[in-house]
Design a protein around this ligand. Structure first.
Ligand SMILES: *Cc1c(COP(=O)(O)O)cnc(C)c1O
Ligand code: SF4
Length: 351
């Protein structure tokens, strides 16, 4: 069978650290050391957006020596997801919703990924290959109304497998909404075929949160992917991560969020970086994030402004960084959890 365009993109992705090092003038020993620790892949589509290794696209996907730095404030599993997994591959932290790790692979491995310890690894792949324990658990818990498919990237599943999973979830009466978290509209827009859109159209209400971080990612191919999804009745949102040297400027965020609205994608969350090992060089201080959000409010349509969210360490939950949740900022911030407790948070050091 001839390969589809998206499968061809995956087959042609750059995964060899030596090839990447040659192409971008990186230290080959460093690239090999990073690739030995964390997965590496860049699709031709995303590769073509890199103009220079230190530009906002290159920084998101090229290996960096700082991924191997040791920092005692950063953890392998900062959100204690392992502790909130009642069955393997399912995270149940809030009463009414769960995260189901449906796939292990991503089209491009983001260097700032919170789950970089897991994505692309065989252990996650074997979990994701068998969703039965997770489906059984969801079926037995009538309080669960919202299932978030995550991973890895669920849209890297083949159409048949994705359809089976959606059929099984839709057959559970108390599952009201299904959400897909996927970066393929950004990194592999060819994956959003008319066939995929027709498949997704059968499962309303279906929400898809994608993950654009920079206006340069808003390509014609990405716009076409979003158009197909929107016309299939999929409700589109976007979760960005606030990344040092990538999008930590008001003008960049303004262009990104305004551009997303043009694509019918509603900015949902702007995430503070989690305290995940190997990602510290992307962190921005909380005060800076707040200041950026203040600069957007007023000049930019309210529809384009996401909530600025911190997922508290230890699995204490996500909070918007609004005054109700901030007890005190500073090098050691004090933040309120959704339960009203106050916890200490390691802010990024001052420059
Ligand atoms: C983020 C997250 C959700 C979804 O949270 P919303 O604020 O509803 O988008 C659900 N479960 C877990 C474990 C999460 O981390
Ligand atoms: S697409 Fe998402 S899950 Fe995959 S590497 Fe990037 S941030 Fe991590």
């Amino acid at each position: 069978m001839p390969r589809s365009l998206w499968q061809q993109q995956l087959a042609d992705s750059l995964r060899e650290p030596a090839a990447l090092a040659r192409r971008f003038g990186l230290d080959p020993a460093m690239a090999a050391a990073v690739a030995a620790r964390y997965p590496l892949a860049i699709t031709p589509h995303y590769l073509a957006l890199i103009e220079h290794r230190d530009d906002p696209i290159g920084r998101q996907c090229l290996p960096d020596a700082r991924e191997l730095a040791t920092d005692p404030t950063l953890r392998e599993d900062p959100l204690a997801e392992a502790r909130h997994a009642p069955v393997p591959g399912l995270i149940h932290r809030y009463p009414d919703r769960v995260v189901l790790l449906a796939a292990a692979q991503c089209a491009v491995y983001c260097r700032f990924c919170t789950r970089k310890r897991q994505v692309g690894c065989p252990a996650l792949a074997s979990l994701a290959a068998d969703a039965e324990p997770a489906l059984d658990y969801i079926a037995r818990q009538p309080a669960i109304h919202d299932v978030l498919l995550s991973g890895g990237d669920p849209l890297l599943l083949e159409d048949d497998r994705l359809e089976q999973l959606l059929l099984r979830l839709r057959a559970i009466p108390h599952v009201e909404t299904i959400r897909i978290g996927s970066r393929v509209p950004v990194t592999l827009p060819q994956r959003v075929t008319p066939r995929l859109a027709a498949l997704l159209k059968k499962f309303p209400p279906l929400y898809l949160n994608t993950h654009f971080n920079h206006p340069r990612e808003l390509t014609p191919a990405a716009a076409e992917a979003c158009r197909l999804l929107a016309e299939a009745g999929v409700v589109l949102g976007n979760q960005s991560v606030l990344l040092r040297g990538v999008n930590d400027a008001a003008a960049t965020l303004t262009e990104l969020f305004r551009g997303l609205l043009r694509l019918r994608v509603r900015p949902y969350y702007l995430h503070q970086m989690d305290l995940a090992r190997g990602t510290g060089h992307f962190r921005v201080r909380l005060e800076r994030g707040q200041e950026l959000l203040r600069q957007l409010r007023g000049p930019l349509s309210g529809l384009a402004i996401p909530h600025y969210m911190v997922d508290l360490p230890g699995g204490c939950g996500k909070i918007p960084l609004t005054p109700e949740y901030v007890v005190q900022l500073g090098d050691r911030a004090l933040l309120r959890t959704p339960d009203g407790a106050v916890i200490s948070y390691a802010n990024h050091p001052r420059d």
